[in-house]
Design a protein around this ligand. Sequence first.
Ligand SMILES: *Cc1c(COP(=O)(O)O)cnc(C)c1O
Length: 433
Amino acid sequence: MQTRFDLTQADIPKTWYNLLTDFPEPLPPPLHPGTKQPIPPEALLAIFPENLVQQEMSPERWIEIPEPVRDIYALWRPTPLMRAVRFEKALQTPAHIYYKYEGVSPAGSHKVNTSVAQAYFNKQAGTKRLATETGAGQWGASLALACKLFGLECNVYMVKVSYQHKPYRRMLMHTWGATVHSSPSDQTEFGRKMLAEDPHCPGSLGIAISEAIEDTVKHPHTKYSLGSVLNHVCLHQTVIGQEAIKQMEIAGEEPDAIFGCCGGGSNFAGLAFPFMRKKIVEQKKYRFVGVEPSACPTLTKGELRYDFGDTAETTPLLMMYTLGHKFMPPSIHAGGLRYHGMSPMVSHALKLGLMEAEAYHQTKVFEAGTLFAQTEGIVPAPESAHAIAAVVDEAIKAREAGQKRVLLFNLSGHGLLDLSAYETYQTGKMSDV
Ligand SMILES: *Cc1c(COP(=O)(O)O)cnc(C)c1O
């Protein structure tokens, strides 16, 4: 039985897909925090290069992927689409379960799809140095690799709890030549202020973003880079869904429901948006489900309103589902899903009823991730295991209803650098916050 649906290097998409052009209602624009007026594109040039600012607001549906970016994509793309037959069997479900596996990238997740593009466009624009933040380290590692490949310096602010407890991604960043600071750090005024208030501050993504932005505006030839949330990041991730559409065609099936975990929303967007285009333009009946942790329930419990992307209130105001920019998420094991906000594009899709959202507790997530590892072999990243938990429930519903369903999810990364979280689960020390 065929369970793997491969493409060749020639099938790596030649364009990214911009869902902005197909939304039935336009996305509310980012606002200047002072004037509360739509922010002029020039105002973003202090932190982003012009070519990426253009992509952020582009009116074009298909945006060409430069050849040097496609060449690097070829190191791991096209990624496999697999049918999880052993997982189906363990769940005794009539549902067919497919997954798109982004964990085959050198950094182990989907994030290099955008880091490589961002490093390329920065290089073209004359940037010499990039500053960024990272939570558990997936984004920092992805940007470190991309910067090395394009000859840029990379300066990473890593949330302190992860810096201390997740040494392997810090080592990966060092291997790829980046400089890594534990955040809050003594490198920025905001970091020093946070440390003065509380020397034991565990840090948060919001604080690290503030530090990276301050670093950017205070250093010459430096730009800022974000690994999720923004429109151009979701855009770069659409290679995932475009490949998956072709691969599902080879498999000869149409998915009923499409799942992705949601931190800032980019891997979900990457798989979902090209299918969402078919839902809007061709009236396809796909269901889309964004899955988040119950401990950081942005889509299911947050408010849709304008909010800052960071703690220090330095970013433009974005219209998004948010738990408030001062929200300190409890330290759950899926570090990549601990963000107070959500991509404005994913938020807009939820508001327009194009998708749904669900939240899961971490013990349920690790139970699903463990079953997947024991049947399909791949140990999923704790973030990705959220999507798996939702797929398990859907597969059980299909069993109870005796319905053949076709489920597709994004396996956004592997969990080989998160095994300590699996051990916490196995030894019964994990609790639901
Ligand atoms: C960072 C990360 C996520 C969460 O980020 P999104 O922008 O929501 O995709 C999910 N899965 C993995 C493996 C990650 O590294």
